[in-house]
Every structure is written in C-alpha cells, then in structure tokens.
Design a protein around this ligand. Structure first.
Ligand code: AMP
Ligand code: MG
Length: 463
C-alpha cells in the first residue's frame, strides 16, 4: 500500500499545482487497490457485479451440432455446382432429442431449429427454399454451400475454455451466458461501499425552507446516481456544515465504514480551510492527502488521499451529522441500519471533489469512476470516445483539458455531429441533463473551427 508521498515520488514531473488530467488517472491507478473479499451470489443478484475468478465452461454450448433453421438436413457433399439436388425424406428430427434413424445416401431429414443434426448430415436447406413433391425434396441450384445453416458443437463456448474472465462486470448478456452453462451461482468481488457527503454552510437539504444565499444540495443526488449505476453500496451522510467538529465526526465515521469517501465542496482556494486541515489530520500516518490544481475545466481543485480507518486517537466516535430535513430522513439509509462489515484494509480512499455541480460530475467521470472500477476489481475499459464534427467553432486555450457538454446526433448523411449545450458554467447542471456526452478538448489543443472533428466521451447510458 503506497502513501501519497511515495506515489508522488514515482511520478516524473509531479506538480500538485499543475497536474494534467492524464497524470491524475495515472496517480489514482497507483493509489487504489482492488477489494479482495469475494462472495457467492445467485445469477439474479449478479447483475453489475464483478467476477472474482475466471468462469471455465463445464460444458460445450451448444452441446451438439444442430440446425440453425427449420428445414431439411442433408449431406452437403452431394451438392453439384449449377445442378439441383433431389433427395428422399427419411424422417423428422425435433428440437430436444436425437433422431433415432440413420440417413442413407440420397436421403434428407426434416429438422426443426435447434434439432441435433442427424449423423452424417452437415447442411440444412431452409424450409422456404424447398420444392417438395410427396417424399421428394428438391434443392435449387446455387443456393447452398456445404455446412450452411448448421451450428457447430461448442461454437459459442467450448468445454474447458474461459467463458467469462475474472474482472468482467456482469451485464445482461453475461447473466444469460452463465445460465447457458447451467451455473446457478457465481463468485464475485464483494460490493464496494462508498460514503459521501456534501459540505458547505450555504447548502440546504431537501425539506429545509429556502433562505437567501443558500442553494439546495444537488451533488449528493448526482453522486448517489453515479455510484448506484456502478453497483456500489452507498452510504449517504447528508450535508455537513463547515464546522471542524462535525467534519471530523463525518470523516471518521465514513472512513471506518466505507472503502472510499466522496465529498463535494471545501477544496477550492477560497474555501475556509477546515476541510483541508481536517483531511490532513485524519490521514494520520497511513497515507496523506494531496490538494491538487488540475489543468482542466471544469473541476480544477480536487483533494485525494488515504484516511486512517480508526481515525486519530482524539477523533470523536459520535455519529456523523444527522441527515437534516424531513424528506432526507426518509430517503437516506439510517447509519445504524447498515451492517458492520469487516474490512481488511486500514485506510479509506478519499476523493474530495469540487463543489460546483458540473465539476463534481466531470471529475467523477474522468477520475473517480475509473478508480472505483479498479477498486471493484473490474477490467472495464474507459468510457468509449467517439469522433464527431463540431457544429460550431469552439474557443479553447491550450494548456488545460476542457470538458464541454454536448449533444451528439447522427445527421441525415449518417455522420456524427456534436453541438455544445450553451452556457458551459461549472454550476450549470442543466447542461449535463441536456447533453449526452463531454466534448474533450485536449491539453495541447487550441480553438476548434466549425466542422472540425473533436473527441466526445459519451455519458448517455454509461452514467
Ligand atoms: P466550494 O467548492 O465549496 O467553494 O463550492 C463551489 C460552488 O459550488 C459554490 O457556489 C457552492 O455553493 C456550490 N456547491 C457546493 N456544494 C454544492 C452542493 N452540494 N450542491 C449544489 N451546489 C453546491
Ligand atoms: Mg463550500
């Protein structure tokens, strides 16, 4: 387990005041470690979970050569180029059981889709192309090649081969695939648990009356959604005031109960320094906390660190700031309801995100999401990026990565075009609702002309 200082020393040219987005990913991939505890779950509980070990196929799928069509099975060796082939019907093979007979030369067997191929027959004429007369079946010339419409034994999965690799996040297709192997349960990495809270004296919880200068907390809800989509167990800790005692209690509790903590607010330059001082104090000697200025927009300030699970000797072990507001109390799981889990690690990873709502989402997608996936043991590739033509000119200063919210559409000529969603302020959360992706304008990139291609990181569906 490496400390922040050790990782910093590993990285060439590490400057916490001017990190590139790529350097942040690199740093975090060295900081986080995959969870090692595993559990056995039934298929219905396996959606979104990460496989803890390779699933080796106990059988071949399909288990026999079988027909891909309703039609007539025959020996494809009898096909002659340019000539029709007439065969005599010898019987019918249904799906689910082998045909008991033995086809002779010049014979064919009627087969249903999925029926085991009768011995010696390797080609299927689809029913709709057959010309029949009594027991005679004629195959028109030039229609088929030997082996057509036959599925091979094991063509999907061969017995003894790796059907699903360790690290696979199980999606709907994987659930079906496990079932096709006859496996009712599967061994997965235990669910990651992430605690999160919002900070700020100006942040209102739902149910609180509006007051001048205050804004409703949106970050906890987007963070909740982002984490839940990843199949993570969430621990919602409400809004915590900019108050040292409350912050310390919240951090201590979150560190004890979760694998990672996500906070929003309190890391920017103008902030009262409580949060930063607290993070530093709680890090103790297990890892440390770094405060970064990332060369990006939005999302420049961010804190990252390791917090000791047991807290410093002086940390109060009182419950975290209770969730405020009438609705909140109903929505948030009560801390006491969450079962104690034993964690083998002595520290918790901290992601201290900026306060602005768009900055929270962008830093989550760009940095936190890949780090959490790594902690979950997933080998999922990063969010796909596509190239789209920019519908308009974009202003961009070289020297930082910009993530502009945009909407990608397929135009009438079948090509992709992206149009940004107006006001790109880092507090304009509606831009994340309107857009379906982030236009990624890279570190060294300058202005973009209308019609030029840009990279887009799609988030529609992925988040
Ligand atoms: P901070 O990083 O704490 O300085 O916050 C930056 C901006 O984001 C301020 O305008 C805050 O009011 C706003 N902000 C911080 N936290 C939240 C939140 N949980 N929900 C909505 N806006 C927030
Ligand atoms: Mg604040």
């Amino acid at each position: 387990m490496k400390t922040i200082e050790q990782i910093a020393a590993e990285l060439q040219g590490y400057d916490p005041q001017a990190l590139s987005a790529a350097a942040v990913n690199d740093f975090l991939s060295r900081l986080v470690e995959p969870v090692t505890e595993v559990e056995q779950v039934g298929i219905f509980d396996a959606l979104g979970r990460v496989l803890a070990s390779d699933v080796v196929s106990p059988v071949s799928v399909p288990p026999h050569d079988n027909s891909a069509m309703d039609g007539y099975a025959f020996d494809g060796a009898a096909l002659q180029p340019g000539a029709p082939l007439t065969l005599t019907l010898a019987g019918t093979a249904f799906a689910g059981k082998a045909w008991a007979g033995q086809a002779q030369a010049g014979q064919c067997v009627k087969v249903m889709t999925g029926a085991i191929m009768p011995a010696g027959l390797d080609t299927v004429l689809p029913l709709e192309f057959a010309k029949t007369s009594g027991e005679q079946v004629t195959i028109p010339p030039g229609l088929l090649q030997r082996g057509d419409n036959r599925r091979h034994c094991g063509e999907d999965l061969m017995q003894g081969s790796v059907a699903l690799p360790r690290g696979e996040r199980l999606g709907p297709a994987a659930l079906g695939l496990l079932a096709s192997l006859g496996l009712p349960t599967v061994t997965v990495v235990r669910r990651l648990r992430v605690a999160y809270f919002s900070t700020g004296d100006e942040i209102l919880s739902l149910g609180e009356a509006p007051r001048e200068g205050a804004v409703y907390d949106s970050n906890r809800y987007t963070v909740y959604g982002l984490l839940t989509r990843l199949g993570i167990e969430v621990l919602d800790m409400g809004v915590v005031r900019d108050d040292p005692a409350q912050l310390e209690a919240a951090f201590t509790r979150a560190a004890r109960e979760a694998d990672a903590i996500i906070t929003s607010g309190g890391v920017s330059v103008g902030e009262a320094d409580y949060t930063k001082a607290m993070m530093k104090k709680l890090a103790g000697d297990v890892g440390g906390v770094a405060f970064w200025r990332i060369a990006m927009r939005p999302g420049r300030p961010m804190a990252v660190g390791r917090i000791a699970k047991n807290g410093p000797a002086t940390a109060p072990h009182s419950p975290a700031q209770p969730v405020t507001g009438e609705f909140e109390a109903k929505l948030a799981p009560s801390l006491s309801e969450i079962s104690e889990v034993s964690y083998e690690k002595s520290s918790t990873i901290l992601f201290g995100l900026p306060g602005n709502p768009v900055a929270v989402m962008v830093t989550f997608l760009a940095f936190v999401r890949p780090a959490l996936l790594q902690m979950m043991g997933s080998h999922a590739p990063p969010l796909p990026r596509l190239r789209a033509r920019s519908a308009q000119a974009l202003r961009k200063k070289p020297g930082r990565t910009e993530y502009q919210r945009g909407t990608v559409v397929t135009t009438a000529d079948g090509t992709l075009e992206v149009r940004t969603t107006g006001n790109q302020g880092s507090g304009v959360l509606s831009s994340m609702v309107q857009g379906n992706g982030l236009v990624v304008l890279h570190h060294d990139q300058g202005n973009v002309a209308a019609g030029e291609e840009v990279d887009v990181m799609m988030f529609d569906g992925a988040i």
